[in-house]
Design a protein around this ligand. Structure first.
Ligand SMILES: Cc1cc2nc3c(=O)[nH]c(=O)nc-3n(C[C@H](O)[C@H](O)[C@H](O)COP(=O)(O)OP(=O)(O)OC[C@H]3O[C@@H](n4cnc5c(N)ncnc54)[C@H](O)[C@@H]3O)c2cc1C
Length: 375
């Protein structure tokens, strides 16, 4: 194997993907530099991603993060689908028979802090409040200018530059990589509510409102997230108890985009910088962490030029899957709604359909990471 210990690696962005990449490189003896324009991990109460799948747990086991996640995550039994309150289908995620649970629930802010703690133990800390402001010199010999909050700055020439700088990636735009795809018309609304005492957190629930949806995802035993296509969704929530506080409120639109190539010259993209899609299916952060783990392994092996070829099929597959799930949730033609609501209950009679669903929820529908023993 080529020794890469002295390779200069610059990671732009210390979100979950940049942190996982730095950690996977560091545990193999490489010393990446990681800069991020924000001032630390996302606030616990403003966590976008909640669902961590079995694939991510398998990938993060060697660094010790999986044990940390499992000590804190909420385990749900499954997902209940209904139409205007009438049950349609229960997907029993606890039926998944893998090494790790199909889906564990942990706020993204907590996951980022666990990654950070393990990274710190390996002697690497992100440089916060440090933004990449330009990439010049071409992708074969990138010259990266960073700017700090205290108005200082510098230009660095890494052997490898990785853009893990999110959906609006400056690295991607500076390198002239396109981001084709489309945006949905629908707007989604989100609110997290805390309760004084434990409430039923055993299942995630998706109620079709024909058209539209109101979903409820347990975050902790006393904290629930509601997501809807309806602007007035809060009036539709049947709270399990009087809420003690609304801890976060947000709204977002969904786009489906991915780069045609995940690398150009010495520049590599990972996570939302390379692909964005609907949060339905809880795949975004998981897919990005998977990118990070593959890229770290390939860099350590001196085979990073294979990254784009190896990752694109998984990216395309997940985008196709989340597009389909999103279409099922957002459909609005009365005939389609009727058909959907009649077909979904039939799935409970088809064990292979539930197995396929569980495999996707667990993230086990992408290629097995060759550096890990098969489970
Ligand atoms: C409502 C919602 C729910 C979701 N739920 C899930 C879920 O359950 N499971 C799941 O897997 N995914 C989920 N996702 C998706 C998930 O949040 C993202 O895929 C994930 O955050 C992507 O991580 P990232 O590190 O690639 O990017 P980001 O989290 O966006 O991090 C990018 C980092 O780069 C920094 N940065 C940006 N520009 C620069 C620059 N120029 N220089 C330096 N630093 C820079 C930013 O400050 C940030 O720290 C959800 C998304 C939404 C909107």
């Amino acid at each position: 194997m080529v020794s890469r210990a002295d390779t200069s690696i610059l990671i732009a962005g210390a979100g979950p993907v940049g942190l996982a990449l730095a950690l996977e490189l560091a545990r193999r003896g490489l010393k990446p530099r990681i800069v991020s324009e924000n001032d630390g991990p996302v606030a616990g109460e403003e966590s976008r991603a909640l669902g961590i799948n079995a694939r991510t747990l398998r990938l993060l086991a060697p660094s010790g993060v999986t044990a940390d996640i499992q000590a804190q995550a909420l385990q749900i039994e499954g997902l209940r689908l209904s139409s205007l309150g009438n049950p349609l289908l229960t997907v029993r995620t606890n039926r998944y028979r893998g090494e790790y649970p199909a889906l564990s629930i942990l706020p993204q802010g907590v996951t980022e802090r666990l990654l950070l703690a393990r990274l710190k133990a390996l002697g690497i800390a992100p440089e916060w409040r440090t933004a990449v402001i330009s990439v010049n010199g071409g992708t074969r010999a990138p010259e990266v200018t960073v700017h700090r909050d205290d108005d200082s700055g510098e230009t660095v020439k890494p052997s490898i530059l990785i853009g893990a700088d999110g959906a609006h990636s400056l690295v991607r735009r500076s390198c002239g990589l396109s981001f084709p795809g489309n945006a949905l018309e629908n707007e989604f609304f989100l609110a997290d509510y805390a309760y004084d005492a434990p409430v039923d957190a055993s299942h995630a629930r998706v109620d079709f409102t024909n058209p539209g949806v109101l979903a409820c995802i347990p975050i902790r035993t006393n904290l629930l997230r509601y997501i809807s296509t309806h602007a007035d969704f809060e009036e539709r929530i049947a709270h399990p108890a009087a809420p003690a506080a609304q801890t976060w409120r947000s709204q977002f639109k969904i786009s489906f985009r991915h780069v045609p190539e995940m690398a150009k010259g010495r520049v590599y993209l990972a996570g939302d910088a390379a692909h964005i899609h609907s949060p339905i299916g809880a795949r975004g952060m998981n897919l990005g962490i998977e990118d990070a783990c593959w890229l770290a392994w390939l860099i350590a092996e001196g085979r990073e030029e294979e990254y784009s070829r190896l990752r694109l099929p998984a990216v395309r597959r997940v985008l196709r899957q989340t597009r389909m799930l999103t279409a099922i949730v957002t459909m609005d033609r009365p005939s389609s709604l009727t058909l959907r609501n009649r077909l979904l209950p039939l799935l409970s009679h088809l064990p292979f359909a539930e197995d396929a669903l569980l495999k996707g929820i667990a993230g086990m529908d992408t290629p097995h990471p060759p550096w890990l023993a098969a489970a």
